[in-house]
Design a protein around this ligand. Structure first.
Ligand SMILES: [Zn+2]
Length: 211
């Protein structure tokens, strides 16, 4: 299995123990082995990154927002939280975190979402297209892509109606969140392509796989 995909193109090796930059409005796919950690860094500030994961052996098991929210009994994930699969197995644990408020409610931005919410017709990159492109080499089809963990995204529900307000990310340049893999995973990661989630501009995301 190819260990690393950048913007749809396979690479020979994963970049381990060194920073790798995801260019604005693109994404990557890679293998993350049990015990390894993934640090996701916002290098410029106010930039969201969408994360999803699948079991490396059986991609019918995937990172589930619903199960994770059930067990955390909270909608924001923070340091020490375990992220669960659709089969209620632990997949990832947040082991370091410099900024709070990662949203796990909303789906990855998509062409259809840009049309429905913002009236944008012209084809453009989205987290959904970038995850589709970079997970396809692992045999994962677009319909399998679930709600993503929206790292650094600020989504606030009204306590009365549940209506959601999307604010600029709380992350500042250099803020990061680190995840430890609790099993062998296929991971998809993006630099988000939705203006509203990123305070109006598209910026890169950096990551480090620590072996
Ligand atoms: Zn997005």
């Amino acid at each position: 299995m190819t260990a690393f995909i950048v913007d749809g193109e396979p690479r020979d090796e994963r970049p381990t123990n060194t920073e790798f930059r995801i260019e604005p409005r693109t994404g990557v796919g890679f293998l993350l082995n049990e015990g390894e950690t993934l640090r996701v860094i916002d290098p410029k500030g106010e930039q969201v990154s969408d994360l999803t994961a699948f079991d490396a052996e059986d991609p019918r098991e995937w990172l589930s927002s619903g199960r994770t929210i059930d067990y955390a009994n909270r909608i924001y994930m923070r340091n020490g939280d375990t992220l669960y699969s659709n089969r209620s197995n632990p997949m990832l644990k947040i082991t370091e975190n410099t900024v709070d408020g990662h949203d796990f409610l909303l789906t990855p931005c998509s062409q259809e979402m840009f049309k429905k919410l913002y009236g944008i017709d012209e084809p453009r990159p989205s987290c959904f297209s970038n995850l589709s492109k970079n997970l396809a080499p692992y045999g994962i089809e677009p319909d399998q892509i679930p709600t993503t963990l929206n790292i650094f995204m600020d989504v606030r529900p009204s306590s009365h109606t549940g209506e959601l307000t999307i604010g600029p990310p709380n992350s500042r340049a250099g803020d990061y969140t680190e995840f430890t893999a609790l099993r062998d995973l296929i991971v998809g990661l993006t630099a988000c392509s939705a203006e509203k989630s990123n305070n109006g501009s598209f910026k890169p995301i950096d990551f480090i796989i620590k072996t």
